[in-house]
Design a protein around this ligand. Structure first.
Ligand code: G1P
Length: 288
């Protein structure tokens, strides 16, 4: 039903310089797995098989990551290290990857519009890999796809944030239709302190119906002179319906150093230590 997921991945990741000087920020690892791979796995879990990645200059390693590395495979074939490649092999086999370059950086709305050729005329998901969303039982995109099946309109993921942080996000307001689900009546991109319509902030997971592309084409630059998906979604909400969904799960802002460290600690404890990866720390056996 939702077959494609768009990953805007052309940004520079300046908050992580110098690490991101020559490495895409989406390739920064949370424990032993790049951020974007978490997003791709979340999409696969939601039944999505077409990954459409909007890239920019210097993002080659991202493409190489979702491809076979024959030299490496040959080198570790038959050793106990082979198990370390199992997950990424499964990810590569489960999905197809297409790429398009964003020539100019004109905002998230512009990045999404750049992906139009890859997505075509169907509803699609969007994942901002910086926002790591984890629900080990039912992934956040999977929750949203289930809602899309019921309502067939654009859906944004939202989370309650402290009032003094609303200026960092797109913020919605709307009528609560049922638990955790709102019909959006207003959306503001990064409102000035004290002017936010609520404390429900948009998190980097969207399901968008394809009419959003025509709306984006007509959307004038907004906050910070950029074409904002939030502005286009507000037009969609005013002429039709947009839902906001307060998802179940943990979310880490891996675009900030604090969020990145929290995500690392969480994944180390809840995923890595509970897996049987062969490079885990050896448990010390006390003798005597
Ligand atoms: C983007 C969106 C914003 C949203 C945020 C979520 O902003 O424009 O509406 O709240 O992602 O992470 P950015 O963080 O790219 O500035």
């Amino acid at each position: 039903m939702i077959k494609k997921c768009l990953f805007p991945a052309a940004g520079y990741g300046t908050r992580f310089l110098p690490a991101t000087k020559s490495m895409p920020k989406e390739m920064m690892p949370i424990v032993n797995k790049p951020l974007i791979e978490y997003g791709v796995d979340e999409a696969i879990e939601a039944g999505i098989t077409g990954m459409c990645i909007v890239t920019g200059r210097g993002k080659h390693s991202l493409m190489d990551h979702f491809d076979k590395n024959y030299e490496l495979e040959h080198q570790i074939s038959g050793t106990n290290k082979e198990a370390l490649l199992e997950d990424i092999r499964a990810t590569i086999d489960a999905a197809s990857f297409t790429y398009i370059r964003q020539k100019e950086m004109k905002g998230l709305g512009h990045a999404i519009l750049t992906g139009r050729e890859l997505v075509g005329d169907e509803a699609f998901a969007v994942v901002l890999a910086d926002d790591l969303c984890l629900n080990l039982e039912d992934g956040v995109l999977s929750q949203m796809v289930a809602l899309y099946k019921q309502f067939r309109c654009s859906i944004v993921a939202v989370e309650e944030v402290p009032e003094d942080e609303t200026h960092k996000y797109g913020v919605i307001s709307g009528e609560e239709m049922r638990d955790n689900l709102y019909r959006v009546d207003n959306m503001v991109e990064k409102p000035e302190q004290g002017t936010a319509p609520s404390n429900l902030a948009i998190i980097g997971r969207y399901i968008l119906t394809p009419d959003i592309f025509d709306i984006l084409e007509k959307t004038e630059p907004g906050k910070n002179g950029e074409i904002q998906i939030t502005d286009a979604l507000l037009k969609q909400a005013q002429s039709g319906c947009v839902l906001a969904y307060k998802f179940k799960g943990e979310r880490f802002d891996c675009g900030s150093v604090e969020g990145f460290i929290q995500a690392t600690n969480y994944c180390y404890e809840n995923i890595y230590l509970k897996s049987d990866a062969p490079n885990q720390p050896q448990k010390t056996v006390k003798t005597g």
